[in-house]
Ligand binder design. Structure first.
Ligand code: UD1
Length: 417
C-alpha cells in the first residue's frame, strides 16, 4: 500500500486548478441509467470513487464509448442487469444511488446494503422508505435490498433527516414515476441542484431544487444526459486551507467561491485573507490565526466534509476552538492521528475542543477515511519535519492528483510504494 511522505514547514505559493466535483458526478452517472442512449459527461475527475461508479454502471449493462481527458461517453441502451453487488457497494456507499434509477427504468433492483463505515452507521432507511412511499415493494434479504415496482407513483415524502444521496435517489426515481412527487426537507446541496438542472435539460420536470421542497412531475422518458461537471467545493476548501495553514499565498482557479461561502467567512473570522475574483479565490495570512468555532450542518451550512481539514487548521491557531459535528456521529477519526503530531484536542461526544499549539511536529500517521486523510496531509504540510501518511487509498477516492497539485505549489511531498 502506498504512503505519502511530506517534509513540512514550506509555505505554499502559486496557483492550483480545481477538478470536477466527485459528489456531482456520482449521481449524474447513476442518472444515466434513467436514459437509453449516448450520455456525455465532461470534466469527470480522475478519482477512485468515480472509477468505481463507472465500473458499476458498466456491470449493469452500459458501454463506455469514450473516456479520455475527462470526457466520458456512456451508452445506456442495453442496460438490463439489476444487481449492484456487495463487492462494489462496500467500497463506496454512493453506489446505492443506482437504486432509484434502476427501479424507475427496469422495474426492479437488487442493491447490496452498504453496511457500516468509518464515519458512522450511515443507514439508507430514508431512501428505502421514500421508494416504498412511491409504491415500490421492498424486501431485505441476504444483505441485499430487493425492490420491485411495475410503475412508481408520485407521492409526498418528508425526509426525517436531510440526506443528500437520499434526495438525489428519490428525485431520480420520481422523474419517471406516474404523477407528482413532492420531497420535503430535501437537501439543498449544489450537487442536488446540478442533478435537477441536468435532468430538466433531458426532459424531466423538476422544480424547487436548491430549496427544501422539490416538486417533480413524472414524464414517460428522458433523453440522454449531456453536462459538464462543476468544480469540487471540498477540493477547493482543502487547497484554501493548505495555503493558509502553511502561511503561504495560494490562488485557487476554476472554483465556485459561493459554494464555499461558509468556509470563507470562518477563515476571515480567523484572520486569514480571502479574496474572491470571479472563479478565482486568493488566500493568504499575515501572522497568527485566531481560534474560531465551527459547527457542521447541511448546505448552506459548514460542510461536514471540511470539518477535519478545518480542525487541522485550528490546531495551529491561537486559543481554543470548539468544533461540533452534527451531521455524522463518528467523524473524529482524525483526532487521534492529529494528536500524534502534537495537536491539543479533547473530544466530548460530538464536540472537539482544540487548543492551538505553536507548532505541529511530523510523525507517521494513518488515514482512516477520505476527508480525515486530507486533514492529515494539511497538518503534515504545516508540521516541522517529516510525516508519512499511510493508507492513502482513502485520498485517492476523492482527490485528483493531490501530490502533483501540492508539489506544483512548492510542497515537499512524494508517494512511496
Ligand atoms: C453525502 C456526500 C458526503 C457528505 C454527506 C453529508 C455524496 C456521494 N456523499 O453523503 O460526502 O459527507 O452527504 O454532506 O454526495 N441518514 C440516515 N438515513 C438515510 C440517509 C442518511 O439516517 O437513509 C443520515 C446519515 O447517517 C447522516 C445524515 O443522514 O447522519 C446525512 O447523510 P447523507 O446526507 O445521506 O450523506 P450521504 O448522502 O451518504
Amino acid at each position: 500500500m502506498d504512503k505519502i511522505v511530506i517534509n513540512g514547514g514550506k509555505p505554499l505559493r502559486g496557483r492550483v486548478d480545481i477538478s470536477g466535483a466527485k459528489n456531482a458526478v456520482l449521481p449524474i452517472l447513476a442518472a444515466t441509467l434513467l436514459t437509453s442512449g449516448r450520455n456525455e459527461v465532461l470534466e469527470v475527475p480522475q478519482v477512485r470513487d468515480v472509477a468505481t461508479m463507472i465500473h458499476l454502471i458498466v456491470e449493469l449493462g452500459a458501454a463506455i464509448e469514450v473516456f479520455e481527458d475527462g470526457r466520458l461517453v456512456l451508452d445506456t441502451s442495453r442496460v438490463d442487469n439489476i444487481e449492484a453487488p456487495y463487492d462494489l457497494v462496500r467500497t463506496m456507499r454512493a453506489s446505492c444511488l443506482v437504486l432509484g434509477p434502476l427501479l424507475a427504468r427496469l422495474g426492479a433492483a437488487r442493491v447490496s446494503l452498504p453496511g457500516g463505515c468509518a464515519i458512522g452507521a450511515r443507514p439508507i432507511d430514508l431512501h428505502i422508505k421514500g421508494l416504498k412511499a412511491m409504491g415500490a415493494d421492498i424486501r431485505l434479504d441476504g444483505g441485499y435490498i430487493h425492490a420491485f415496482a411495475d410503475k412508481l407513483r408520485g407521492t409526498r415524502y418528508y425526509f426525517d433527516t436531510v440526506s443528500v444521496t437520499g434526495t438525489a435517489n428519490l428525485m431520480m426515481a420520481a422523474t419517471l414515476a406516474d404523477g407528482e412527487t413532492v420531497l420535503e426537507n430535501a437537501a439543498r446541496e449544489p450537487e442536488v441542484v446540478f442533478l435537477a438542472d441536468v435532468l430538466n435539460r433531458a426532459g424531466a420536470k423538476i422544480e424547487g431544487a436548491g430549496t427544501d421542497a422539490i416538486v417533480i412531475q413524472g414524464v414517460s422518458s428522458l433523453r440522454p444526459l449531456s453536462c459538464k461537471i462543476f468544480p469540487d467545493r471540498i477540493e477547493t476548501a482543502t487547497y484554501m486551507i493548505a495555503g493558509i495553514i502553511t502561511g503561504g499565498a495560494v490562488e485557487i482557479g476554476n472554483c465556485i467561491p459561493h459554494h464555499v461561502e461558509a468556509l470563507i467567512l470562518k477563515l476571515r473570522e480567523a484572520g486569514a485573507t480571502v479574496e474572491e475574483n470571479g472563479p478565482v479565490l486568493k488566500v493568504s495570512r499575515n501572522g497568527k490565526l485566531k481560534a474560531v468555532n465551527v459547527q457542521t450542518s447541511p448546505y448552506p451550512g459548514f460542510a461536514t466534509d471540511i470539518q477535519a481539514q478545518m480542525m487541522a487548521l485550528m490546531t495551529v491557531a491561537e486559543g481554543q476552538s470548539i468544533v461540533t459535528e452534527s451531521v455524522f456521529e463518528n467523524r473524529f477519526m482524525h483526532v487521534a492521528e492529529l494528536r500524534r503530531m502534537g495537536a491539543g484536542i479533547a473530544v466530548r461526544g460530538n464536540t472537539a475542543i482544540v487548543t492551538g499549539t505553536k507548532e505541529l511536529s511530523g510523525a507517521p500517521v494513518m488515514a482512516t477515511d477520505l476527508r480525515a486523510s486530507a486533514s492529515l496531509v494539511l497538518a503534515a504540510l504545516a508540521a516541522n519535519g517529516e510525516s508519512s501518511i499511510s493508507r492513502v487509498y482513502h485520498i485517492d477516492r476523492g482527490y485528483a492528483s493531490m501530490e502533483r497539485k501540492l508539489s506544483a505549489l512548492g510542497a515537499d511531498i512524494r508517494r512511496v510504494p
